[in-house]
Write a protein that binds this ligand. Sequence first.
Ligand code: 5GP
Length: 177
Amino acid sequence: MNNPTLRVMISDAEIDKRIHELGEKITEDYKDGDLVLVGILKGAFIFVADLARAINRPVRLDFMGISSYGKGKTTSGEVKVTKDLDASIEGANVIIVEDIVDTGVTLSYLIGQLHNRKPRSIRIAALLDKPDRRLRPVQVSYTGFTIPDEFVVGYGLDYAEDYRGLKDICILSDGAT
Ligand code: 5GP
């Protein structure tokens, strides 16, 4: 990228407010049983940490590493598991916690994988949803924000491993274009 520019799309205060709303909803929805948050690495690492603290009941945490984008901005269409869950999810209520749903390829693959492990239920929480680019249908139960088709970074999301530490979600564009 020749001349990258960042423009705030969603501020840290808006993110914080919305995550507390999602946490309250999840707390209401899961009154009993084991609840496991499965954070998808690396992009969801900040979201899952904040969401876990916004849920007012015990949760277990586990992580899966998935890579589908390589170093660029466009999906390769291939999903590779780089880290599997540490523990069994059999009989547990599972919420897959994802940074952003774009084509839906990653999540539809993951749901298939996790269903085979016989959880009691599986739902999806996604901080961001870009419905314009959907190739596979996925049902997101807890959506933070629905956004237009822009490439965003910050709050865990990267471009070639940069920008994950930004507090706001920002649109990254090439200043030359
Ligand atoms: P999908 O399989 O739904 O096309 O892709 C989901 C993954 O693509 C996300 O977990 C994320 O890693 C990456 N992704 C999709 N859109 C964006 C974006 O706007 N910014 C960044 N940084 N990653 C994205």
